[in-house]
Design a binder for this molecule. Structure first.
Ligand SMILES: [Zn+2]
Length: 261
């Protein structure tokens, strides 16, 4: 008896995810530096030596090299294998959840985009427009070609989520007399809304606010952060969007059953 096709496909997705994660590492490093994503080929940021193909195998090479550049022995950040492994696991996870469907494609891609945005936001406190534009094209295309959502639902999702964060930013600015939320966060939520539609967008706003509050207040309590100091909100919007987009209906059902027993 051979391996079941869905297991073979999962293995293939794992490798595809790892390879895409490897490309993502290049994107999040080069975009904020204004460098080309495609040229030159990968090189060590310390000694500039091009990385040999056999030293550029996702996850494995980092382990085999002992987390050091082969040439100059400069340590290679754990972020590289982490991102590769994260995308690989994400692809397989989404396939197991949704099967080979438009929803699978929708959330596999959204996860990759949000991981890229989150890393750049943590590094630079900026959200790259180019990733958002690519995302908006994918979000609308999935709504147009797919069966999970209509284009109207996608567009109202973008308007609802972007619009709400715009209002929150406006009110925050009036209350605190300074910029409360970056314009990047507003554009990011608009892009997310195109993927998840307006119903889940409302839930996503709720979740991301809770995640940010819990982490923010914990960081303040631990003395790791000062109140009112800016921090990257993008990763929380990303997390809230994925949780609500993927598990929102499950969570809502569970809540309603619990609230109205
Ligand atoms: Zn080096």
């Amino acid at each position: 008896m051979g391996m079941e096709p869905h297991i073979l496909f999962s293995v293939w997705l794992f490798f595809l995810g790892a390879a895409l994660g490897s490309f993502l590492n290049v994107v999040v490093y080069r975009l904020p530096r204004g460098e080309s994503i495609f040229r030159p080929a990968s090189h060590c940021p310390n000694c500039d030596k091009p990385v040999k193909p056999y030293d550029n195998i996702p996850i494995l090479s980092w382990l085999l090299l002992g987390a050091k550049c082969r040439n100059c022995k400069e340590p290679i950040s754990m972020r590289y294998p982490f991102v590769e492994l994260a995308v690989a696991i994400w692809f397989v996870w989404m396939f197991r959840l949704f099967g080979l469907s438009w929803e699978f494609a929708n959330f596999a891609i959204l996860g990759v985009l949000l991981l890229a945005v989150s890393i750049v936001d943590i590094d630079t406190q900026l959200i790259p427009d180019s990733v958002l534009i690519v995302g908006a094209v994918f979000g609308l295309a999935f709504a147009f070609y797919g069966d999970a959502m209509t284009v109207a639902e996608s567009l109202t999702g973008g308007a609802a989520m972007g619009g709400t964060f715009f209002l929150i930013a406006l009110i925050g600015e009036k209350l605190m007399k300074k910029e409360s939320m970056g314009f990047g966060d507003i554009k990011l939520s608009l892009m997310i809304g195109l993927f998840i539609g307006w119903k889940m967008a409302i839930l996503a706003i709720f979740f991301s606010s809770i995640f940010a509050s819990v982490v923010g207040l914990t960081a303040i309590a631990l003395g790791k952060m000062k109140f009112g100091k800016p921090f990257a909100f993008g990763p929380f919007i990303a997390l809230g969007a994925l949780v609500s987009g993927i598990w929102g209906n499950l969570i809502l059902d569970a809540y309603l059953r619990w609230a109205f027993v």
